[in-house]
Design a protein around this ligand. Structure first.
Ligand code: PGA
Length: 251
């Protein structure tokens, strides 16, 4: 049986500071701390200060970070500016890659900068529908994984997480079946084991996760957690997902 799960909520461009604070407090009151269960939420930058230190059960991450330390980069946020505000950071989310044209090289630089600043990067990767339909899923995720993680070494591996998020499943209501997800997770697991033999790098699944499918997804051998978008915006649905993780850890 698995001993650890990371259940994460990506709040995207939703929630003001006050709304984020209210949601963190509601969430914290809706689940019990269980050994091996890590709950993380990713509010917008502007809400990070409002949720700082609210409850140790709800860890905080940022949704993005730039790779330069400082300078003339209007609108960007440097890794060290997140010190004390975020423990985790999403890197390479498909919306960043697609809407803001982030390349694999950008993602690799961001991941390195995040590690150097002591943040825990959650590397997001996944294929489009045409890629899946042309059997290019594994080559796509391999390319993304290798490009982002090539420079990671030694103890840094202890801070890295990966999130497999098939793009066709994000915000579409169309979830990968637990078997489809497991197949890619297994593949990623073997590749990560070759890169970091002594570590189990957590691999989360994301894409239309809901209370109705979270238990089945988490029951898969190589799914170590979930990255939840839409269903993380309400305490009721997100805590139901969190509680499916607690249930499995207790069983
Ligand atoms: P979704 O988003 O759960 O709304 O599909 C997941 C994500 O983008 O991380």
């Amino acid at each position: 049986m698995k001993r650890e799960f990371v259940i994460a909520g990506n709040w995207k461009m939703y929630k003001t500071g006050a709304e984020a604070r209210e949601l963190v407090l509601a969430l914290a009151g809706s689940f019990a701390a269980v050994r091996g269960l890590t709950v993380v939420v990713f509010p917008p930058f502007t809400a990070l200060e409002s949720v700082r230190g609210l409850d140790p059960k709800v860890r905080i991450g940022a949704q993005n970070v730039f790779y330069e330390e400082q300078g003339a980069f209007t609108g960007e946020v440097a890794p060290r500016m997140l010190a004390g505000l975020a423990e985790y950071v999403l890197v390479g989310h498909s919306e960043r890659r697609q809407v803001f044209h982030e390349s694999d090289a950008d993602v690799a630089r961001k991941l390195r900068a995040a590690l150097a600043a002591g943040l825990k990067p959650v590397l997001c990767l996944g294929e489009t529908l045409p890629e899946r339909e042309s059997n290019a899923t594994l080559s796509k995720v391999d390319g993304q994984l290798d490009a982002a993680l090539a420079g990671v070494s030694g103890p840094e591996w202890g801070s890295v997480l990966v999130a497999y998020e098939p793009i066709w499943a994000i915000g579409t209501g169309r979830t990968a079946t637990p078997q489809q997800a497991q197949e890619v997770h297994r593949h990623l697991r073997l590749r990560l084991e070759a890169m970091a033999p002594s570590r189990r790098v957590p691999i989360l699944y994301g894409g239309s996760v809901k209370p109705e499918n979270s238990l089945d997804l988490l029951s898969q051998e190589d799914i170590d957690g979930l990255l939840v978008g839409g269903a993380s915006l309400k305490a009721e649905s997100f805590s139901a997902i969190i509680n499916s993780g607690s249930q499995l850890l207790r069983s």
